[in-house]
Design a protein around this ligand. Structure first.
Ligand SMILES: O=C(O)CCC(=O)C(=O)O
Ligand SMILES: [Fe+2]
Length: 351
């Protein structure tokens, strides 16, 4: 199956959840989860202790790296604080994103994803195939490195948007490098082991999502259970509205919003790279009837020309290779095909 063909702006508009939500409380069948879905557990202490990483300690503290290792191998995610970005800056990023989604439709369509479904403003239903559709609209943008940005899809309004996103992306690129190093050291590997494998300037793609308030939250998901087609994802949530949940041992856990913290999760390419030492976490987003929710996800991937596969340092007689080797183009194709059929790409990557 090929990637989806471009669609017209009219088709795109007809699939926007924000427009649908304005029409009233009737929800089309294709958004409804037939059998509902299980509730999540609140375990706030876990997120304030075992799964909370102090970024400023990663380069100097062995215990902090051990905590990182344990979080990634057991859960595939953590929250990170003391990363050097002010809480007020992060809150403003969400605010500016809110302002984008609040613009008139015509203005937003200037960044439309109609001609390229993986860049710009649009909704998931465009390429969801015959499955239940996610209750969200989003703005997809290549954030890093700068020369890969497709600026025709970048909003010019609000005016602050471009500058703030630029600052944020550069900061994430620096953080990624430091986290890859700490991950390697936590596994007693050479510090540059994962960095060499990924390249220093692997693309970071942003996905800013709007989950409009939903009249039927018990039957509708903002984002269905999935794992990310990335090595690692940084997620900046809106401070007042929770929605993200992660799966561990068949139970769902609410991810609480910790002001100023970023949620970091491992994706499929990260699990492959570490030969399964670190897990690609399955997660989902629930909706709520009271408020819209905004989040900003940033997906880190390897440099395009890198071969993807488990690093040789984590393959041995005692630790057989668990995943195939492939390149990013093969991966994107597989990811899209599996996504459209509601399957996990991870399963197709196993040997
Ligand atoms: O909105 C969120 O909290 C999660 C977003 C996400 O999982 C994704 O975009 O892949
Ligand atoms: Fe995700």
């Amino acid at each position: 199956m090929a990637e989806p063909a471009p669609i017209t702006k009219e088709e795109l508009t007809s699939k926007l959840v924000q427009e649908l939500a304005k029409k009233g409380d009737e929800i089309p069948e294709e958004y409804l989860q037939k059998d509902g879905f299980p509730e999540a557990i609140d375990a706030p202490d876990l997120w304030r202790d075992n799964l909370l990483i102090d970024f400023s300690l990663l380069s100097s503290s062995t215990p902090e790296r051990a905590k990182l290792r344990s979080a990634l191998s057991q859960w595939g995610c953590f929250q990170v604080i003391n990363h050097g970005m002010e809480t007020s800056f992060l809150e403003e990023l969400i605010e500016v994103s809110k302002q984008f989604f609040a613009l008139p439709l015509d203005e937003k369509l200037k960044c439309s994803a109609a001609d390229d479904v993986f860049q710009g403003y649009g909704s998931d239903s465009v390429y969801a195939g015959a499955q239940t559709i996610n209750w969200n609209d989003r703005l997809f943008l290549t954030l890093y490195p700068e020369e890969k940005r497709k600026l025709q899809h970048w909003p010019t309004k609000p005016e602050k948007f471009g500058g703030m996103i630029n600052e944020y992306s550069n900061k994430l690129a620096t953080m990624t490098e430091a986290i890859y190093k700490a991950m390697a050291r936590s596994l007693n590997l050479e510090e540059d082991c994962f960095l060499k494998h990924q390249g220093k300037h692997g693309p970071i793609t942003g996905r800013i999502s709007l989950y409009p308030r939903c009249p039927c939250p018990e039957r509708v998901l903002g984002l269905k259970p999935h794992s990310d087609g990335a090595t690692m994802t940084f997620l900046l949530p809106e401070k007042e509205v929770e929605g993200l949940q992660v799966l561990k041992d068949d139970l769902w856990y609410t991810v609480p919003v910790i002001p100023g913290a970023l949620f970091v999760n491992f994706g499929d390419l990260g699990e492959v790279m570490t030969n399964g030492e670190f897990k690609s976490v399955i997660h989902r987003v629930v909706t709520n009837a009271a408020k819209d929710r905004i989040s900003m996800a940033a997906f880190c991937t390897p440099e395009d020309e890198k071969e993807i596969g488990p690093v040789s340092e984590l393959v041995s007689i005692h630790q057989p290779q668990k995943y195939k080797k492939f390149n990013i183009h093969e991966f994107r194709q597989m990811f899209f095909e599996n996504y459209a059929q509601g399957r996990r790409t991870m399963d197709a990557l196993k040997l």
